[in-house]
Design a protein around this ligand. Structure first.
Ligand SMILES: Nc1nc2c(ncn2[C@@H]2O[C@H](COP(=O)(O)OP(=O)(O)OP(=O)(O)O)[C@@H](O)[C@H]2O)c(=O)[nH]1
Length: 356
């Protein structure tokens, strides 16, 4: 099966043997055995990064669709440089195009100043060379957001996934679970969206179809569901526990407090967990995405972002804003609903799609 997972030599944070407090214990009632017993699981760690990304033919179609998704911005930016003179008008138009692309004031000012300096230092006189210089600056700006996603340092690796309503949390969890399973990783999901019965059911049905155990509770407390999931993951020797949470707006303070509580309770179930605290962002959200990153990071100390729906009307510049203002790593970007539509973030590839 297509996947971007790869085994790599990475020094684990923990010794391979399970610590005493993680020794197998009886599974909670009502839970079926893990679909892939730990003993059969592939040796870890497994790494998701741009290097392990798809085979060339898949990569081409991925790039084509990423380019198509970001075509609005790339058309605007590229046109600026066609036969242009390097003068204040060009910089003014570039400023407007970057702001239109959702890069925000901070990143736009930063890029413009850096570009002007580069043009002067390198005595660039040709518009095409200025575009190349802008590309290089953008790659430098976005590269700190690249970070490989590693599994296997913890048993289980506990991931908590949050975001506003409809950002793509559940869909992304499904895609990641399939990639992980394809590499022998046993996965357990916690249906932490206890508000919407439909969300819970959606995850349960998905779990049944895909042979993934889903922990769910009819009434209630998402922190309790998450705790149960971690306990169950420890007891069964599951490789990965993913905790889905209900969508919420950063302005809903009681719901943001609830997320903090879920995180605290997970830590009670396993020291140092959650190991990954992820925010899923809809790439079409524009500058509001930055507000989401700030608010969720303040509340949860995020370890990573996943940006979905870059196949829609997304402009892409918001990654520059995130890189400048709140550089939380971007583990994955998504351009559709199929499993191969989720890929590790690669700054160079992204800028290539954005600037052509
Ligand atoms: N075009 C496109 N659609 C996507 C992508 N990722 C998710 N979706 C769609 O976005 C919609 C919402 O996705 P969900 O996974 O249900 O979002 P959620 O964040 O779990 O939603 P709530 O549980 O309501 O908070 C679904 O119709 C998905 O199929 C993507 O990368 N591209």
């Amino acid at each position: 099966m297509f996947s971007f997972f790869k085994k790599k030599t990475v020094t684990p944070d923990v010794p391979p043997a399970a610590p005493a407090d993680q020794a197998p214990a009886p599974a909670p009632a009502g839970l079926s055995p893990s679909p892939v017993p730990a003993a059969e699981a592939e040796a870890v760690p497994l790494v998701f990064d741009a290097e392990t990304a798809p085979r060339p033919e898949s990569k081409q179609s991925w790039m084509g669709r990423l380019k198509a998704g970001l075509s609005k911005t790339s058309a605007n930016l590229s046109l600026l440089f066609v036969g242009a003179r390097i003068d204040d008008d060009l910089y003014d138009e570039l400023e407007a195009a970057l702001l239109m692309a959702d890069a925000g004031i901070d990143a736009t000012d930063y890029l413009l100043e850096a570009l002007k300096r580069k043009v002067k230092d390198e005595k660039l006189t040709d518009a095409a060379a200025v575009k190349v210089a802008l590309k290089a600056l953008m790659i430098d700006l976005l590269r700190p957001l690249e970070k490989p996603f590693v599994l296997g340092r913890h048993q289980p690796t506990v991931m908590m996934i949050s975001g506003v309503n409809g950002a793509g949390k559940t869909t992304t969890i499904g895609k990641l679970a399939k990639h992980m399973q394809a590499h022998g990783q046993s996965v357990l999901l916690a249906a932490g969206d206890t508000f919407r019965a439909a969300a819970r059911e959606q995850l349960m049905i998905w779990g049944q179809r895909n042979n993934v155990t889903v922990i769910s509770q009819e009434s209630g407390d998402p922190a309790a569901v998450s705790y149960d999931a971690v306990q169950s993951g420890k007891a069964k020797g599951t490789n990965v526990v993913m905790i889905d949470t209900a969508g919420r707006l950063p302005t809903q303070l009681h719901l943001m407090n609830e997320l903090q509580k879920i995180k605290r309770v997970i830590a009670k179930g396993m020291a140092e967990a959650p190991h990954e605290t992820l925010l899923v962002i809809d790439g079409n959200t524009g500058q509001n995405a930055l507000a989401q990153v700030k608010a969720f990071d303040d509340a949860l100390q995020l370890t990573g972002l996943i940006i979905t729906k870059l196949d829609g009307t997304a402009k892409g510049g918001v990654l520059a804003a995130i890189a400048r203002v709140r550089p939380v790593p971007v583990y994955f970007i998504g351009i559709g609903e199929k499993i191969e539509d989720l890929q590790p973030f690669d700054a160079e590839e992204f800028v290539e799609a954005l600037l052509g």
